[in-house]
Design a protein around this ligand. Structure first.
Ligand SMILES: Nc1ncnc2c1ncn2[C@@H]1O[C@H](COP(=O)(O)OP(=O)(O)OP(=O)(O)O)[C@@H](O)[C@H]1O
Ligand SMILES: [Mg+2]
Length: 254
């Protein structure tokens, strides 16, 4: 049985190089079930690399990643269609900055496609689930719109609904509000706040320091190959111990 104290995600000694450049240097990291973790850090510090590793979207050189009962080793990440990789991707949905919707599918078909193809739901079951999820993200009226007929904020909410349609245990979100106008960010952040209330596990790469302060249970600062500091938002964001964190925050908040 899962409890809130069992980590959903554990990263053990993760190392990742691109050529001579060491991006992640023996990173240890865990996310508990129902926890919301904000991952912050300067550009190029490896936030996306870490997030993508969790879904085996990139390979790594050493260390392992455990998600629920599944373990991915460095060499297994190369097995893109291996059973463990498939299971991990079922447990962790991913949402990207640039939405990555299917342009030729309506909002509803974008959400229903995964359940039909991967979970083998019937067309009707998948569409019923799709409509429920579009309703949940406030888009019931837009089910038949194509992505080009939606605002950025609406597209991102479709992408969240699409990830939720696979009934994941956690969501990995990589700067999902960065491409949005300020007023559209809030509709996406409100959806995340709702998911958090419902107990979803969330790992968010974000530059929205205000949102991290309000919504995150824990803030993790990544820089120079590793985790510089982590803790509750009021500690890391308002009273950082590390000069590196202070410097980063002063730039982001400037
Ligand atoms: N496919 C790749 N090939 C070579 N180098 C890469 C590749 N992907 C990322 N890198 C390098 O790895 C480092 C970490 O990149 P990553 O995208 O994880 O950073 P990030 O923290 O997400 O940055 P940002 O805030 O700009 O999104 C960077 O130096 C980047 O140039
Ligand atoms: Mg990134």
């Amino acid at each position: 049985m899962s409890t809130t104290s069992t980590p959903l995600i554990s990263v053990v000694g993760l190392c990742k190089r691109y050529g001579p450049r060491v991006v992640l240097d023996n990173v240890h990291f865990a996310v508990k079930r129902s926890e919301t973790v904000a991952l912050i850090g300067p550009s190029g510090s490896g936030k996306s690399t870490l997030l993508r590793s969790l879904n085996a979207l990139n390979q790594w050189d050493a260390g392992e990643i455990r998600v629920g009962p599944y373990t991915l080793q460095a060499d297994m990440a190369a097995q893109r269609n291996g059973a463990a990789v498939r299971q991990v991707r079922r447990l962790l949905g991913m949402v990207f900055q640039d939405f990555q919707l299917f342009p030729h599918f309506t909002a509803l078909d974008n959400v229903a496609e995964g359940p039909r193809q991967v979970l083998n739901l019937s067309r009707d079951e998948a569409r019923t689930r799709g409509r429920e999820l579009l309703d949940r993200v406030g888009l019931a009226a837009h089910a038949d719109n194509f992505p080009h007929q939606l605002s950025g904020g609406q597209k991102q909410r479709v992408a969240i609904a699409r990830a939720l349609a696979m009934q994941p245990h956690g969501l990995l979100c990589d700067e999902i509000t960065s491409a949005l106008d300020p007023e559209l960010k809030y509709e996406v952040l409100d959806v995340l706040a709702d998911l958090k209330r419902d107990g979803m596990t969330l790992l968010l790469v974000t530059h929205e320091i205000g949102f991290a302060r309000k919504a995150a249970d824990r803030v993790v600062m990544l820089a120079d190959g590793g985790i510089i500091e982590e803790g509750p938002p009021e500690q890391v964001l308002d009273a950082p111990r590390s000069e590196r964190t202070r410097q980063f925050l002063s730039r982001v908040l400037a």
